[in-house]
Design a protein around this ligand. Structure first.
Ligand code: 4AD
Ligand code: MG
Length: 479
């Protein structure tokens, strides 16, 4: 007999038919005659109820059916008498595959805090919350590929080990095979990287963009979707040291085309989640409602499904950084009329409280900010005519702040070299990048969507550590 996934059993209308299911016990309850086992196999948020005749299977076997134990059950599909489910399995055969000692098993049949579950990350896939998030994450990965594939974009795998710093921010993890106890040095005392594996300093990539640009200069429309690494020591609920990024790069696109694509892309992903993850999103929405109960009225956030639909309703607002600064300067975010980080004036980078103010309270819509001062953006962004701002765009979302960062790229060889020199980017080492501007250069643009920021938004979770299976954050890389 072949195993049927619980999601399929629950959908089946063939009462009287026998099914074989395998999974893990969530709970067992009942009396001396009959026991009800809630079983889950990860295929759905819903448990399958197994009805077991105690006399038939014996009390000894029943006592082994503990929370966490794994089972194989053959049973007959019945209309369920109980509330909460339409069908159940009347057990014919039960086999305990793996026992589970409840005195040792950390997961109890009750709600655990997210902090506790982060400590038990090796087991949290067995909980409703984390299995729901994992399924939504999978659906979003699929939707990303589906969106770009339907538009004729080519997926490019960019290298994880590189020798360049794409963002020029110096937040890289070094990669080396040198023996740290005995580092080879040159006569002048500098590290002799000729002895290292690649014969030069290397690091984990912070972004696939530069290589993505190379590909776009031949394939026109490409996207990357890979892990990226940032050694920024920011212990926030929105930063990871290892996160996944989707970076489309398009030849012949200007900043407006870039914004259009970003908006269409985000709306597609959210629509996809609503259409394909209804059960999991409803579960996550209810979970959020429970959490919100303890919050003060002015701290409550929007209901999850409502919030997702809200993004689909209108066009995103588009305005320049300079306009945003004006709005923020004239705003009264709280009774005292102050932000925690005051708006220093033109030239300052925006904090997430400023970004969220614009989105959640001023416009009440997602916002795309453009034309940032060149000083606070990366070297590759195209300079505007006035020579002060660059054709950057950040997409700001409720609850999240920056979800996408992107720009039109500088396609002019001389301007790009000048900008790199100004910003101390090693021009000679990046000859390969610059050559695209020498041989048939074209206007082009791209952006990066932080996949876990998207996941935070779609699931309504509050901490980025809970939307990636194995979060890497400062002092956290045990397994
Ligand atoms: O704004 P960023 O740094 O832009 C780039 O890396 C460009 N190369 C993208 C491009 O134009 N191709 O990062 C892009 C996005 C951010 O908007 C944010 O969503 C996410 O990546 N991100 C992070 N997510 C989690 N943890 C971190 N430490 C992140 N840093 C950036
Ligand atoms: Mg950014």
């Amino acid at each position: 007999m072949r195993r049927t996934k619980i999601v399929e059993v629950l959908k089946s209308e063939e009462t009287g038919k026998e099914f074989l299911v395998k999974g893990w016990v969530r709970t067992r309850r009942g009396n001396k005659q009959v026991n009800f086992i809630a079983m889950n196999d990860g295929s759905t948020i819903h448990n399958l109820q197994i009805v077991a005749d105690v006399e038939k299977f014996g009390e000894e076997l029943m006592r082994r059916i503990n929370t966490g134990a794994s089972l194989a059950v053959v049973g007959e599909l019945n209309q369920s008498q109980g509330t909460g489910q339409n069908v159940e399995l009347l057990a014919k055969k039960i086999e305990v595959i793996g026992d589970c000692d409840v005195n040792e098993y950390p997961l109890q049949p009750k709600k655990h805090s997210l902090e506790f579950l982060r400590e038990k990350a090796h087991l949290r896939f067995r909980t409703n919350t984390f299995s729901a998030i994992a399924r939504v994450r999978h659906a979003m990965i699929f939707a990303v590929h589906s969106f770009f594939s339907s538009k004729g974009f080519v997926n490019i795998h960019t290298p994880i080990i590189t020798s360049s710093d794409a963002e020029g921010a110096g937040e890289m993890f070094q990669v080396t095979t040198l023996n740290l106890d005995n580092i080879p040095k040159n006569d002048d005392g500098a590290i002799d990287f000729s002895k290292d594996f690649f014969g030069r300093p290397t690091n984990l990539t912070v972004s696939g963009q530069l290589e993505g640009e190379l590909a776009a200069m031949g394939l026109a429309d490409i996207y990357t979707f890979g892990p990226t690494f940032r050694a920024e020591n920011s212990n926030t609920t929105r930063h990871l040291a290892e996160f996944w990024m989707i970076e489309p790069e398009m030849a012949f696109y200007d900043l407006n085309d870039n914004m259009d694509l970003a908006e269409e892309f985000l709306k597609f992903l959210i629509r996809y989640a609503l259409d394909n993850c209804a059960d999991d999103l409803n579960f996550l929405s209810n979970r959020l409602k429970e959490e919100e109960k303890n919050k003060k009225a002015d701290e409550k956030s929007m209901e999850l499904i409502e919030k997702l639909k809200f993004v689909l309703e209108d066009d995103f607002v588009r305005l320049t950084y300079t306009e945003a600064i004006e709005i923020l300067r004239n705003s009264k975010p709280n009774k005292k009329g102050q932000f925690k980080y005051p708006i220093e004036g033109y030239g300052a980078d925006l904090q997430s409280e400023h970004e969220r103010y614009l989105v959640e309270r001023h416009f009440k819509k997602p916002v795309i900010l453009t034309d940032y001062p060149k000083e606070i953006k990366a070297f590759y962004m195209k300079l505007n005519e006035e020579n002060k701002t660059v054709r950057a765009m950040d997409v700001l979302f409720p609850q999240i702040g920056e979800i996408i960062g992107g720009s039109q790229r500088e396609e002019n060889y001389d301007k790009l070299v000048a900008r790199m020199e100004e910003m101390d980017i090693p021009v000679e080492e990046m000859w390969w990048y610059l050559e695209t501007r020498k041989f048939g250069t074209v206007p082009h643009s791209g952006f990066g969507l932080g996949f876990e920021r998207l996941m935070l938004f779609v699931t309504g979770m509050g901490n980025i550590r809970d939307v990636i299976p194995f979060p890497r954050t400062p002092k956290n890389a045990e397994f």
